[in-house]
Design a protein around this ligand. Structure first.
Ligand code: CU
Length: 135
């Protein structure tokens, strides 16, 4: 009887880990203090850094291009790592390159902005996605 419970718990732990492994994790997870007027997310070739950012209401987020090929900041409905859909609210779809190297995001309320790079393959293949949690 005890052996059966052990086997059951082992299987449960195994399947739980399998499910958790499906969700991408933050490569970096930064929280910005409550009185910062702005913070920066670097848009590079194949990454956003930090990819997970927490700010307080009133902090502006500057997406700063430091790449060699075009990238976009494109809002999605989430969850983190979703490369498929675009979000309509807030709808953001900005191409960044040497001619247009910054996008300034002014959060209008608390909540999470999920975003990705919409250039083919950049989100799916390179993992170009991120989120901004506004608290
Ligand atoms: Cu890109």
């Amino acid at each position: 009887m005890e052996k059966n419970i052990f086997v059951l718990l082992t299987m449960l732990a195994f399947f739980t880990l399998q499910v958790l492994a499906q969700f991408p994790r933050c490569k970096s997870d930064i929280t910005i203090g409550p009185f910062e007027s702005f913070t920066t997310v670097i848009v590079g070739d194949g990454f956003f850094s930090p990819d997970c950012l927490t700010v307080h209401m009133g902090t502006t987020i500057i997406f700063e291009y430091q790449g060699n090929t075009n990238h976009t900041v494109t809002s999605t409905n989430g969850p983190f790592g979703n490369c498929n859909q675009r979000a309509l609210s807030p709808e953001i779809d900005v191409t960044l390159n040497n001619d247009n190297s910054t996008y300034i995001f002014y959060p209008q309320g608390r909540g999470t902005l999920f975003y990705k790079c919409n250039i083919l393959g950049h989100c799916e293949r390179d993992g170009m996605f991120g989120k901004v949690l506004v608290i």
